[in-house]
Design a protein around this ligand. Structure first.
Ligand SMILES: Nc1nc2c(c(=O)[nH]1)N[C@H]1C(S)=C(S)[C@@H](COP(=O)(O)OP(=O)(O)OC[C@H]3O[C@@H](n4cnc5c(=O)[nH]c(N)nc54)[C@H](O)[C@@H]3O)O[C@H]1N2
Ligand SMILES: Nc1nc2c(c(=O)[nH]1)N[C@H]1C(S)=C(S)[C@@H](COP(=O)(O)OP(=O)(O)OC[C@H]3O[C@@H](n4cnc5c(=O)[nH]c(N)nc54)[C@H](O)[C@@H]3O)O[C@H]1N2
Ligand code: SF4
Ligand SMILES: [Mo]
Length: 685
């Protein structure tokens, strides 16, 4: 047997990017003297083919950042002051388990809540031993809705599940509609595939509220007003039906409700749609004809456009388009919102929901954690945060921070760094990086599943999520065998008995032999979708039952009062959500936190590029550096990046974002808030 990578001080080892990014790149990690010295793309990965982003090429700087946590800490200063003292793991686990035993005895287990997301996409790390542990504990449940849940729900009403085009097939497309996706920054291999298609004459259209790097890459950039995309999609349908550009055979065979839809979209005439969306009438015609007459035509539906009050309906509506033109039958045509269904494994075996005795245990939407910490009755008295940085990434950031300031809240944070959230903790635990763990990975965009063998030893005294929850289970006296399963056993369980015909041949053993195994999507899914009818639901009775219009419909954003600008605080190129926002190398690449605005608005407010601008609303304020131009429409301002609170700055954009819940899936509405703005000080000379 070959020596494991951990035991070899030198060499090049296969790895995978663990970040919450659709590309899930194959990596090659170079080791010298037991340390990672270089990270590059694995040219053998069938989709990512050796190319990786700059963020991860600079990952070694993060792994060995001098600020990385090496041992557990306990708070010695006031809450939030960030003063800590080193303690042993034994003391840390004892302190947590004693406190929790007390809380459970006095207030019941629902006084405790986990708070986690996908800071590491490894399936065991993200939803393995932790889920078992909190189920068995009977803690309040967390509804993990901060990312894609509105869009996923909307897409599923139309298509049944997160299922779409094979990205590898998109090299054949002749038209790419990149809709509310900043792919140059957030899905670079979709851009690489589109570039290949472009060499064969493909056209690239980008529909966005911001002409960012992706908009600049397009052949045709279409600016649109935030939250109005469903109206544009309905306008396209209006023209497709009116001008006979629909595939009637396809509609009859594979959809329900096409007759109703044909009637319904008559009301969305291009003039009305233009008034709603800000897209000129002639551009609506041009786009509809382009889409109706080009094949294969592919739509990449982004995550950005579903972070709105009406985000579920937007995605539900766009997802109907490929059915109108029969593009699902064309190799490279269709759409991708997400593809995770193809690689669905046995998550019940991994998470063990039956360990939760009280099926009525309260469920708390993670988008409203600030409100929950401040007002829930009975209160949350302890929160365990891992793989997530809520003080920066959750909406209503000031509420979140006030909640974290509560003296009677016992907070534990498990992370690689002393994040903004960790600064409020009572106990901080050091986490291993993904390079230190055994795990398996399934992309939510491409179709490959990959095993990850640890490449380096655990850094300092850090421990993986699996290990931490095994220790806590032991300290709390949980006797079930589920808490003694090794990581190998967890993987075997997750890959058995899943009943997913797309991955019948995938086992732990197979993954050890083959670096990348692809889901088998031959069993063509259009004949048996997971919608109630098994077909593409242009009319959805399920939606009607759930209180939504059954046909795709434009619904406006919530009215927010007297703030003139819609504020879109999007992610940036060099961070991954808040990850890297505390690493000098990545900050240097990103330079400053900018606020993009239209020159008309800037002129009226006396703002020039480089000025520091204060933006505010009823929820909070923030200070960003003005970038004036025509990259956004009047009435819209856009920031990029979830910046850490560096000393002397006010860059927490989520202090301004609403914690309203979107129309579907309990989703976040980061992009539906409004602000005012003023010049704070002129550009420093
Ligand atoms: N570099 C980098 N890559 C990332 C991330 C990161 O932070 N940085 N984050 C990762 C994660 S967790 C996710 S979920 C994905 C997100 O990646 P994407 O799917 O690209 O989503 P966002 O970047 O949130 O937003 C995409 C675009 O939507 C636009 N937008 C906002 N509102 C509207 C609207 O109403 N209509 C239209 N048409 N456009 C709108 C924004 O301007 C933005 O350009 O990226 C992943 N990859
Ligand atoms: N304004 C605004 N807010 C947003 C968004 C937006 O577009 N605009 N996007 C939203 C979206 S789509 C998402 S997905 C969320 C993401 O929000 P988060 O899930 O909080 O993502 P990150 O900010 O990357 O923080 C992940 C944390 O996990 C830690 N971590 C990494 N690996 C491990 C591990 O193995 N174990 C442990 N214990 N910790 C680990 C990292 O060090 C990091 O501190 O943010 C949301 N917030
Ligand atoms: S962040 Fe995305 S693009 Fe960058 S290496 Fe990871 S998976 Fe690839
Ligand atoms: Mo996300």
């Amino acid at each position: 047997m070959s020596l494991s990578a951990v035991n070899q001080t030198d060499g090049i080892f296969r790895s995978v990017c663990s970040l919450d990014c659709p590309d899930q790149c194959g990596l090659l990690v170079h080791k010298q003297d037991g340390k990672i010295v270089r990270i590059e793309g694995d040219p053998d990965h069938p989709v990512t083919q050796g190319a990786i982003c700059n963020k991860v090429r600079n990952m070694t700087a993060r792994i060995y950042d001098e600020k990385r946590l090496t041992h557990p800490l306990k708070r010695v200063g006031a809450k939030g002051e960030g003063k800590f003292e080193r303690i042993s793991w034994e003391e840390a686990i004892q302190t947590i388990s004693n406190r929790w035993k007390e809380l459970i005895a006095l207030h019941g287990p629902e006084s405790i809540i986990p708070y986690s997301f996908y800071g590491n996409m490894g399936r065991l790390t993200a939803e393995g031993m932790d889920r078992r542990f909190f189920n068995r504990l009977g803690a309040s449940r967390l509804d993990r809705t901060v990312c894609q849940s509105a869009g996923t729900k909307g897409y599923s009403y139309t298509m049944g599940a997160s299922i779409g085009t094979d990205p590898e097939d998109t090299v054949h497309a002749k038209l790419f509609v990149m809709w509310g996706v900043n792919a140059v920054s957030t899905n670079m291999h979709q851009v690489a595939l589109a570039e290949k298609a472009r060499k064969n004459g493909a056209q690239i259209v980008v529909i966005d509220v911001h002409k960012n790097q992706t908009g600049r890459w397009a052949d045709w950039f279409i600016p649109i007003l935030p939250g109005t995309d469903a109206a544009l999609a309905l306008g396209l349908m209006h023209i497709l039906f009116a001008e006979g550009m629909v595939d009637n055979e396809f509609l009859v065979q594979y959809t329900v409700g096409h007759k109703e839809l044909r009637e319904h979209v008559k009301q969305y005439d291009p003039h009305k749609v233009s008034a709603i969306t800000g897209v000129p009438v002639e551009d609506i015609y041009r786009l509809a004809r382009m889409y109706g007459q080009t094949s294969p035509a592919f739509i990449r539906i982004g995550n950005g456009l579903q972070h709105h009050d009406n985000g579920g309906m937007i995605v539900r509506t766009i997802a109907c388009l490929p059915a109108l033109t029969g593009q699902w039958l064309v190799k490279g045509g269709g759409a991708i919102k997400g593809n995770s269904r193809f690689l669905a494994f046995n998550s019940a075996a991994l998470q063990r929901p039956e360990l939760l005795e009280n099926k009525g245990t309260r469920l708390i939407n993670m988008n409203q954690i600030g409100e929950a910490l401040l007002t829930l009755d009975p209160p949350i008295r302890s929160m365990f945060v891992y793989s997530c940085n809520p003080a920066v990434i959750a909406p209503e950031g000031n509420k979140v921070r006030r909640g974290l300031m509560r003296d009677d809240l016992f907070t534990v944070v498990h992370d690689l760094f002393l994040t903004e959230t960790a600064a409020y903790a009572d106990i901080v635990l050091p986490a291993t990086s993904a390079f230190e763990n055994l795990d398996f990975y399934t992309s939510y965009w491409h179709h490959y599943i990959q095993l990850h063998q640890p490449v380096v030893e655990a850094y300092g005294e850090s421990k993986s999520n699996s290990e931490v929850f095994r220790l806590l289970a032991q300290a709390l006296g949980f006797e079930e065998h589920a808490f003694r399963d090794s990581d190998e056993e967890l993987i075997t369980q997750a890959l058995s008995g899943h009943g997913n015909s797309y991955i019948t041949d995938v086992t732990y053993e197979a993954l050890k032999q083959q670096p990348y195994i692809k889901a088998q999507r031959e069993s063509f899914f259009l004949n048996a979708l997971e919608t109630p009818s098994g077909k593409i639901e242009l009319y959805s009775a399920a939606m009607e039952r759930d209180g939504h219009p059954p046909l795709p419909t434009y619904t406006p954003l919530v009215e927010e009062g007297n703030y003139p600008f819609l504020f879109i605080p999007a992610p940036n190129h060099n961070f991954l959500n808040s990850t890297f926002s505390n690493n000098a190398k990545h900050i240097q690449l990103e330079k400053v936190a900018r606020l993009h605005m239209n020159s008309e608005d800037a002129e009226r407010a006396g703002i020039a590029t480089g000025d520091v601008v204060r933006i505010w609303n009823q929820r909070g304020e923030s200070e960003l550096v003005a970038a004036v131009g025509d990259n956004v429409l009047p009435g819209v301002v856009v920031s990029q990046g979830l910046w850490a609170d560096l000393p002397g700055t006010k860059q927490l954009v989520n202090s301004l974002t609403p914690d309203r819940i979107s129309d579907m899936g309990g989703g976040a509405t980061f992009f539906s808030g409004r602000v005012n703005m003023e010049k704070k000080r002129a550009k420093a000379e």
